[in-house]
Write a new protein. Structure first.
Lengths: 300, 440
């Protein structure tokens, strides 16, 4: 027994964790890596969805070239919509979520009930959320009802100018609670000592917030942002049910574009190429956000 | 005397009972045979959410009881069913015994061998006498006719497009029912400008296939076409096609607010809630419009065949059918199911439960015509659809690639419709893309 332990102990320190992680790594790599490679392979062929792969014709990077440069491609318009949607949802959700989490972190009556109610939008089926959004934002819907009471005007949320905003507002309604719940949990685990010390030193509430709460919460804020960011870039159901990407291309985000190219236009090559580009965007921005988070964590 | 009278009564009662026992219900007789041969079988049928399926759902329990065949319905949204069908075709799988298929999908399920030709089954012993295939309108039967001369679906919800109009409003304002598309534009403008809370015209225009569905109706009246029947070349850039797209773009201003995102339920709702004076929509909407539980304009609506454009008056046919899967292991039971539900013998049940008329016997029935004021317009519109066919044209191209063609037209057309790109740009783009797809 002693000999064995000594022998194990002489090995490099990284070996034990590496051996333990290896099975999980192999499984994940086999699934994710193989899928990604297959997807890349599909992005380099000309193939109609529904036909056997033996009909595929290798075309190199032509599908990427078509998406990026062809005059009939709506890829760039789609990317623009995706970026607006991403920023339009993530920033308000983060700010609103953090603000409400700060409010709920105080001792108030009914906090637990309010927190439980917050979960409802998250657990609803996305297609139901889309249907609710479609009904609420119709010209005679609930949103216009309140708008008319407050401003005397009803808006065309189904039109090209406001459809994307309608989808963004539905996303904010559905997913702000996600930020609230996670950030509230984070706030409740913050140590009390720094806040007490600050109070003794005469720090104002604002100073406590900017100099203690915010720095301590930053890693969690970024982690939540990363999780949600990856999710937003994959969102499909709600937009599809609300507007199917229309009117025109006003609400066509990259996931809808991938769906339309692959399953409706049945162009496996171009759909896969768009999908690869979506993955590249998600992975590269996630890596950047993780790096930022690591740096902030270290500084904190 | 009294005893004798009672005795005679008893004899009479016994005789009547025996006579009634000897008289047979042909449906029950047929079902007894099916039960003996295929009872205990379970079949799985993929269907879309549709009024016809709601009608069938009320009929299936009796079918199961009579035949001993268990029916599992896998119901999903229409678009999802289309994708499911594509996946089934590509994976060459046999998850279903029968599937609800639309005219748009028929070429694919037929050419791929996913569905089985139905002529041998129609002629088989399983088919009951009261099925009467010939009674289904030929225009609907031929929607599912493939190049090999065989039919790959039994239609049960034939659909055409006609014009719905508010009789009360037209009479009140002294306006004639439009006979041309110019008159449609004028009437739509008049009602939009002069009647509070009422817009001129409602129709679907949602991005994708729904836009194409609506636009395809306007193509031929303006001299437009998708493919030139003489040469087989893509003709989306023909002057008539451009004119038809410009026309519906101009008509948009007289539609309800948000019409550019309307799917068919919203187009129907706008009319049924009294917010539109005219609606150009599927005949499937008519039972809903005439249902006072759902519609505020039931009994106030007139129905007319489609108006004429510069090139004439045309409509088209669409519809749903049941196809049977080639790889099904329960073909006999599946066919019994299809034949039973879509038969002439069960037509009254089907229509009474909200089914959509597809048979000549129903459309020609005086009593049903009186009860359903849109039957006459349906028949007239079927003639307009036949006129389209005589030109070698159709509202759905008979190609397995129709879903791609339809989507390209539906995206580019919808973009021009809202002014995201010009009509010329949209036409050039769809001409190039559709040519590429059909050339492959």
């Amino acid at each position: 027994m002693t000999e064995d332990r000594n022998a194990w102990g002489r090995r490099p320190g990284w070996l034990a964790p590496a051996v333990l992680i290896l099975p999980a790594f192999v499984v994940v790599f086999a699934i994710a890596g193989y899928s990604a490679l297959s997807l890349f392979q599909l992005s380099t062929v000309d193939l109609t969805f529904g036909e056997p792969f033996s009909n595929a014709e290798a075309v190199g990077l032509e599908n990427y070239q078509w998406l990026l440069t062809n005059q009939h491609s709506t890829f760039w318009a789609t990317l623009r919509v995706t970026v607006i949607y991403l920023l339009g949802t993530l920033i308000p959700e983060l700010l609103l979520g953090f603000a409400i989490a700060l409010l709920l972190n105080r001792k108030m009556r009914g906090n637990s009930l309010f927190t439980a109610v917050l979960v409802i939008p998250i657990v609803l089926m996305p297609s139901m959320v889309g249907l609710i959004g479609r009904l609420y934002f119709s010209y005679d819907g609930l949103v216009n009802y309140f708008f008319e009471i407050l401003t005397g005007i009803r808006h065309n949320w189904y039109g090209k100018d406001l459809a994307l905003l309608a989808v963004i507002l539905v996303d904010i309604w559905e997913w702000s609670p996600f930020f609230i719940l996670i950030l509230l949990a984070g706030l409740q685990t913050l140590p009390i000592e720094p806040f007490e010390a600050a109070r003794v030193d005469g720090a104002s509430r604002w100073q406590s917030f900017t100099l203690i709460t915010l720095p301590l919460m930053l890693p969690l804020l970024l982690t939540t942002l990363i999780l949600r960011f990856m999710d937003v870039l994959r969102l499909f159901d709600v937009i599809f049910v609300m507007f199917a990407g229309g009117p025109g291309t006003a609400t066509t985000t990259l996931p809808l574009y991938v769906y339309r190219s692959t399953l409706v236009l049945r162009d496996v090559g171009r759909g896969s190429a768009a999908s690869i580009m979506l993955i590249i965007i998600i992975v590269s921005l996630t890596v950047i956000l993780i790096k930022v988070r690591e740096r902030i964590k270290f500084e904190v | 005397m009294k005893v004798r009278f009672v005795f005679v009564l008893l004899i009479l009662a016994l005789a009547l009972t025996s006579v009634s026992a000897m008289s047979h219900d042909p449906i029950e007789d047929w079902a007894a045979g099916i039960k003996e041969a295929y009872g205990g079988t379970t079949i799985t049928v993929a269907v879309a959410s549709h009024p016809s399926i709601e009608a069938f759902k009320t009929m299936i329990p009796r079918f199961e009881e009579l035949t001993g065949i268990t029916v599992v319905l896998d119901e999903m949204e229409e678009g999802q069913l289309g994708q499911r069908m594509l996946l089934e075709v590509s994976a060459e799988s046999a998850s279903y015994d029968a599937m609800m298929t639309a005219i748009e999908w028929s070429p694919l399920v037929a050419s791929s061998g996913y569905a089985t030709p139905l002529e041998p089954w129609i002629a088989s012993d399983i088919t009951p006498e009261w099925f009467n295939y010939e009674d289904i309108l030929q225009a609907y039967r031929d929607m599912f006719l493939w190049e090999d001369g065989m039919h790959y679906g039994i239609p049960f919800a034939g659909e055409t497009v006609f014009m719905f109009y508010r009789q009360d409003l037209f009479e009140e304002h002294g306006i004639d029912v439009p006979a041309t598309y110019d008159e449609v534009m004028s009437a739509a403008q008049y009602f939009s400008d002069n009647v509070d809370g009422v817009h001129g015209i409602s129709y679907r225009a949602r991005l994708g296939w729904e836009f194409t569905y609506m636009w395809s109706i306007f193509l031929a009246p303006f001299g437009g076409m998708m493919v030139d029947p003489a040469t087989g070349d893509v003709a989306l850039d023909s002057p008539g096609t451009v004119a038809s797209l410009e026309y519906i773009r101009d008509l948009w201003q007289y539609g309800p607010v948000g019409v550019e995102s309307f799917s068919f339920p919203e187009a129907w709702d706008a009319f049924m809630l009294g917010r539109a004076a005219i609606m150009i929509e599927a005949s499937a909407a008519a039972p809903e419009v005439e249902n006072p539980d759902k519609s505020l304009v039931a009994g106030m609506t007139g129905y007319s065949p489609l108006p004429a454009g510069p090139a004439g008056a045309f409509s088209g046919v669409w519809g749903w059918s049941f196809a049977m899967m080639e790889d099904s292991m329960q073909k006999e039971a599946a066919w019994a199911f299809i034949a039973y539900l879509t038969s002439e013998g069960l037509q009254a049940d089907y229509l009474a439960n909200g089914g959509i008329v597809s048979r000549a016997s129903a459309l020609g029935d005086a009593e049903l015509q009186a009860a359903n004021p849109y039957y006459e317009a349906t028949l007239a519109t079927l003639e307009q659809a036949a006129a389209l066919g005589e030109l070698g044209l159709s509202v759905v191209l008979p190609t397995p690639k129709w879903s791609q063609v339809s989507e390209i037209m539906g995206i580019e057309g919808a973009r021009a419709f809202i002014g995201e790109i010009s009509v010329d740009e949209a036409i050039a783009s769809m001409q190039a893309q559709v040519s590429e797809v059909l050339a492959e």
